[in-house]
Design a binder for this molecule. Structure first.
Ligand code: NAP
Length: 335
């Protein structure tokens, strides 16, 4: 039987990492028995055209339109599902309800992926790109918008036993290039001749880093798809399977030290309050506070599931070829 690997958001950081990993995989893909398919709204974008030139079948579909996904998933044996919270969020930053509106949109798009995947008769394995369920871990005390929407989709998949048994829940660690985002980039203080990083959490707040999105995410996804005996529920071990796609368990202050090392620039970590974050960066500052704050408050527990184990690099046998965050910062510096 032909293996057809279909990747949503194929032109983005995660989707293109998955396709690139298959395209450079030692057992050649695409091969006569393995086909790669990428989904985009715009098949004539330069990224889509360059994927097509490398042998990826590019299919037009919109995450807002379930029927377009049903058609795009037709014949797929493996699906990588991704939604992008940040497109509707960043597009509405002036709106004080931007986060709530983006949650509604991302949830709907994720449900469309889940429903379309459930209707794909040939499906063997869905990797759903999601994040840890902090709302559940905190007993409802903490809520992070771009986690809540993904977790609502998790709940729908968990409630559909047929789909749940074909799904791996992939928690994607923080990208190494997040330093490029406002509020993450250290700020130059002329009078001190130093950079400062203003963050709303204690310096020892744990953070799990994916490292470089490409190649790392694709390496994790191939390991998940190639080891269904480990990454899918079975009759013997029917529990849902969660994977943490991270290569570095570090802290926010150690991340800044990495930045210092990679850029040769002196930087100081300064903890400020949530209110100051919001006054400086508005809605975006509030979001950063909620996201980092959950790791400060719930520490390593934030990256756990209630019953069961989260699989990581070691269990998946992933390591070779991964690019760490320090290297990402060096590459960003030389760009
Ligand atoms: N930054 C981090 O550290 C981090 C860590 C873990 C998880 N995440 C999550 O990663 C997600 C973003 O993924 P990314 O970084 O790969 O995004 P990205 O590089 O910005 O790319 C976004 C992708 O989404 C596609 N897309 C957006 N809306 C679509 C729609 N309505 N229909 C079809 N395709 C659509 C775009 O495709 P076209 O434009 O070609 O149609 C594009 O391929 C967010 O949800 C975020 O929460 C981020």
């Amino acid at each position: 039987m032909t293996t057809t690997i279909t990747v949503t958001a194929a032109t983005g950081a995660q989707g293109s990492s998955v396709l690139n990993a298959y395209l450079s995989h030692p057992s050649p893909s695409p091969s006569p028995s393995t086909k790669l398919r990428g989904i985009t709204r715009n098949p004539t974008s330069s990224t889509a055209l360059s994927l097509a030139a490398r042998g990826v079948e590019i299919v037009s579909a919109n995450l807002d339109d379930e029927e377009s996904l049903v058609a795009a998933f037709d014949g797929s044996t493996h699906i990588f599902g991704l939604t992008n919270f940040f497109e509707p969020f960043l597009g509405n930053m002036a709106d004080s309800n931007a986060a709530a509106k983006a949650v509604a949109i991302e949830t709907r798009q994720g449900l469309n992926i889940a429903h379309a995947a459930a209707k794909t008769g040939t499906l063997k394995h869905l990797v759903w790109s999601t994040l840890a369920n902090v709302a559940q871990i905190s007993g409802g005390e903490w809520s992070v918008p771009h986690m809540d929407s993904k977790n609502a989709v998790d709940a729908a998949i968990l409630a559909d036993d047929g789909l749940r048994r074909k799904t791996t829940f992939l928690w994607v660690g923080a990208y190494g290039n997040n330093f490029a985002y406002p509020g993450m980039t250290p700020t130059w203080i002329e009078s001190a001749a130093k950079y400062v990083q203003l963050h709303p959490v204690a310096p020892d707040t744990p953070i799990d880093m994916l490292g470089a999105t490409t190649p790392n995410l694709g390496i994790f996804v191939i390991a998940v798809f190639e080891q269904p005996q480990l990454t899918l529920p079975s009759d013997k071990n029917p529990r849902s399977k969660f994977v943490n796609a991270s290569m570095e368990k570090t802290t926010v202050e150690k991340m800044l030290q990495l930045w210092t090392k990679a850029t040769d620039k002196e930087a100081v970590y300064v903890q400020i309050g949530a209110e100051q974050m919001e006054r400086i960066w508005g809605t975006w500052g509030r979001k950063l506070d909620l996201m980092l704050g959950c790791f400060d408050r719930y520490r390593e527990k934030a990256m756990t599931v209630r019953d069961g184990k989260v699989l990581g690099m070691e269990e998946l046998g992933v390591g070779e070829g991964l690019v760490n965050t320090e290297e990402v910062v060096r590459i960003m510096r030389s760009d």
